[in-house]
Design a protein around this ligand. Structure first.
Ligand SMILES: C[S@@+](CC[C@H](N)C(=O)[O-])C[C@H]1O[C@@H](n2cnc3c(N)ncnc32)[C@H](O)[C@@H]1O
Length: 252
């Protein structure tokens, strides 16, 4: 159920894991030449991994006609941020207002509490990344921007630290913020609750909230945080057919 190095949860079966291991080995020893590798990365995509990308493609299409920034709460290795940046490059390369802001400790979970239950068998520090990973990710996001127009304007920001402090402080120093898309993926209660409370004044009709763990018994804290801040009764919690776990709410 856990990855070997960083205490992350994987629900794959043994045979799936075996398949993933084989594909990973094949990627590491790829016969593809360097100058064709990136263009052919889909060769190694599984349906599960592709499904998440397709979800964000569909979500991005929904925000193209709304004004505001994108925030991700819980970045980890940053694939979602990078994909969102690529989608911005495809759909609205000149929208300098579509800032993408990611919050993470870059040191794993912080603030596990009783609302998070026991099922995930996590602790503070689970889902860690490698040292100074935020610098590596920042370089990738800079290249993503450089490959698209108006790259002289930096349109991403990584905010490192405990979200219980960094998120309220970010919005305090950016009172102009309108949120077009917020992705909640801290997994656990305390930072999720802090983020939900902070985004409230910055939402408008059409803003989209994406959740990675609603109704998930392994990580109950995310649902508890949403119940306590917005309540469930007024929300239309929707999903898409290609992914089981991710859901979204369109503010009405
Ligand atoms: C499941 S991962 C996020 C995955 C990412 N959204 C993606 O698409 O690949 C959860 C992240 O939440 C972060 N996190 C948990 N508690 C936090 C806190 N109190 N403050 C900031 N980040 C936190 C962890 O460091 C971890 O990187």
């Amino acid at each position: 159920m856990k990855t070997e190095k960083f205490d992350a949860i994987v629900l794959s079966s043994l045979s799936e894991k075996e398949g993933f291991r084989t594909l990973t080995g094949m990627l590491k020893e790829t016969p593809l030449p360097d100058d064709e590798l990136l263009a052919n990365l889909g060769l190694y995509l599984t349906s599960k991994n592709l499904s998440r990308l397709l979800f964000f493609y569909e979500i991005y299409k929904k925000i193209v006609h709304t004004h505001g920034i994108i925030v991700e709460f819980g970045v980890r290795w940053g694939q979602t941020l990078s994909v969102l940046s690529a989608l911005r490059g495809i759909f609205e390369p000149f929208n300098r207002h579509r800032k993408i802001v990611g919050f993470d400790t870059f040191e794993g979970f912080k603030g596990m509490g009783k609302e998070d239950g026991e099922a995930c068998r996590c602790r503070d520090g689970s889902f860690n990344v490698t040292p100074a990973y935020e610098d590596y990710l920042s370089s990738i996001l800079t290249i993503q921007e450089a490959l698209n127009p108006i790259s002289h304007l930096k349109k991403y920001e990584l905010v490192k630290g405990d979200a219980v402090e960094t998120v309220p402080s970010y919005f305090k120093s950016h009172p102009e913020t309108i949120i077009s898309l917020a992705v909640f993926d801290f997994d656990i209660y305390k930072p999720t609750r802090a983020a939900l409370e902070s985004v409230k004044p910055h939402l408008c009709k059409g803003s989209i909230l994406v959740f990675d763990e609603l109704c998930d018994d392994v990580f109950p804290g995310e649902t508890v945080a949403l119940k306590e801040t917005f309540g469930l009764n007024n929300l239309r919690i929707q999903r898409m057919p290609m992914t089981a776990r991710i859901s979204y709410v369109e503010v009405e």
